[in-house]
Design a protein around this ligand. Structure first.
Ligand code: ATP
Ligand code: MG
Length: 424
């Protein structure tokens, strides 16, 4: 019978890959903790309507990327394609937003039916951050400063550059949209098919087009910057000043518009040039209108999400994963002969008590000296502890270095932890 395989674009993360995931996750957790961000956990499935109403009907995600299905009651449900909508829903539902400020983060799988390729999957993982109730550019700046700290903690400072833009309020975008459409309609025949379609549905996204002919036409297009309302302009100027003061480098990219409808004012992306086309590792912006749009009291908000697969791919590509990030054993405890099994287990427990930061693996399943030593070697351990019937009788243990040519020593069991502590 044919074996059943994983779904295309949905990856297993195997034991040799999980240490780097844990390293990235724990680094992010630590940095977010330093700034007082609190974790929130939402369900993976939400009502389809939530995403339609927040992300927007005519965005790539809602038009063609969602995993939507009917549950047994006939309700339309969707596997979350991103976390912001669910986070807003949860925060509002539980009264976290009324008259207070919040700094929240979450992590977990997201689902989009895209063409799988390097750095683009159908199940992928994000760490997302959402801040509520703070209207000024200071919180926008904080988000960028903390991401810069994160890149520094991961050794990525030289490999991630920041692009920012302001897309103004929805009113100023409306006026700009008309001007952009009027301009682009003159060149309608020369636009790529997606852009032609977007001319009537979501014209701002055309600014994002990668098509060379469309890009050429865009050179002469009116600039969003000229249509920015005063408040957005001031917000943006203050943000830039705060980033300058904090020493966070950025470039202003007037074509940066982001693909989701809910953004306004500040938008940003952290981009790497080391991953080819899938170079955006972190993206976000301000979405002051979304909470109200989803039925809540008007609540300003700003956030971002970073893609963990891309971040990890980047660390691996640049060989920036620290050497200690692996799940290899430090000590492998063998038991030669039935009489040694229980004492070896007890000795391993003592070592775990005394060396709590170390990985002590007990050999299980019996076998010859040779096969046990082979497993000890494969565990990555630097030392094997060898317990045979003689050692048990004398309360000693053999200590054998596995990574260099040093001879085996016999050591009193009572001294073993202290000796290992000195060697590891
Ligand atoms: P892209 O332009 O690459 O399609 P996006 O604008 O759709 O990205 P967002 O919705 O802003 O991305 O998601 C934030 C981050 O999540 C992205 O910057 C990226 O790192 C990651 N991401 C998005 N889609 C995928 C995917 N299909 N597979 C892996 N990571 C993804
Ligand atoms: Mg996308």
């Amino acid at each position: 019978m044919a074996k059943i395989q994983a779904i295309r674009g949905m990856n297993d993360i195997l034991p040799d890959q999980t240490p780097v995931w844990q390293y990235v996750e724990s680094t992010v957790r630590r940095v977010l903790g330093q700034y007082g961000y609190q974790e929130i956990r939402m369900p993976v499935v939400e009502h389809t309507e939530l995403f339609k109403r927040s992300i927007g009907e005519v965005t790539d995600i809602v038009e063609k990327e969602m995993y939507t299905f009917e549950d047994r009651n006939g309700d339309s449900l969707t596997l979350r394609p991103e976390g912001t909508a669910g986070c807003v829903r949860a925060a509002e539902e539980h009264g976290l937003l009324f008259n207070q400020t919040r700094r929240l983060w979450y992590t977990g799988p997201m689902f989009r039916h895209e063409r799988p390729q390097k750095g683009r999957y159908r199940q992928f993982h994000q760490i997302g951050v959402e801040c509520f109730g703070m209207a000024g550019p200071d919180i926008d700046a904080e988000l960028l400063i903390l991401t810069a700290r994160l890149w520094s903690a991961l050794g990525l400072s030289d490999h991630a550059r920041l692009e920012i833009n302001s897309i103004g309020t929805s009113d100023s975008r409306k006026v700009y949209r008309q001007a952009l459409v009027a301009y682009l309609e003159q060149y309608q025949d020369k636009l790529d098919d997606d852009s032609k379609r977007r001319l009537t549905t979501n014209p701002l996204r055309i600014l994002d087009s990668k098509d060379p002919a469309t890009r050429e036409i865009l050179q002469g297009a009116p600039s969003l910057d000229d249509y920015l309302d005063d408040e957005s302009r001031q917000h943006f100027e203050q943000l830039k000043a705060m980033l300058d003061a904090a020493g966070v480098a950025y470039t202003v990219n007037p074509a940066l518009v982001r693909g989701l409808d809910y953004y306004g004012k500040t938008v940003f992306e952290w981009i790497t040039d080391s991953l080819g086309a899938q170079g955006t590792i972190c993206a976000g912006g301000r979405y002051d209108g979304l909470v109200e749009q989803l039925g809540g009291k008007p609540t300003v908000a700003v956030g971002f999400a970073m893609g963990l697969e891309r971040l990890i791919l980047l660390l691996e590509t640049l060989e920036l994963v620290p050497e200690h990030v692996n799940n290899q054993a430090d000590v492998y405890v063998t038991a030669m002969g039935d009489q040694a099994v229980a004492p070896a287990m007890a000795l391993a427990e003592t070592l775990r008590n005394e060396l709590p930061g170390r990985i002590v693996v007990s050999h299980c399943g019996g076998g010859s000296f040779k096969s046990q030593m082979k497993k000890a070697d494969r565990s990555g351990a630097r030392f094997a502890v060898i317990l045979g019937e003689n050692e048990v009788a004398q309360a000693t243990a053999g200590l054998k270095p596995l990574r260099d040519d040093q001879p085996q020593q016999e050591i009193a069991q009572a001294d073993l932890a202290a000796v290992l502590a000195g060697l590891l």
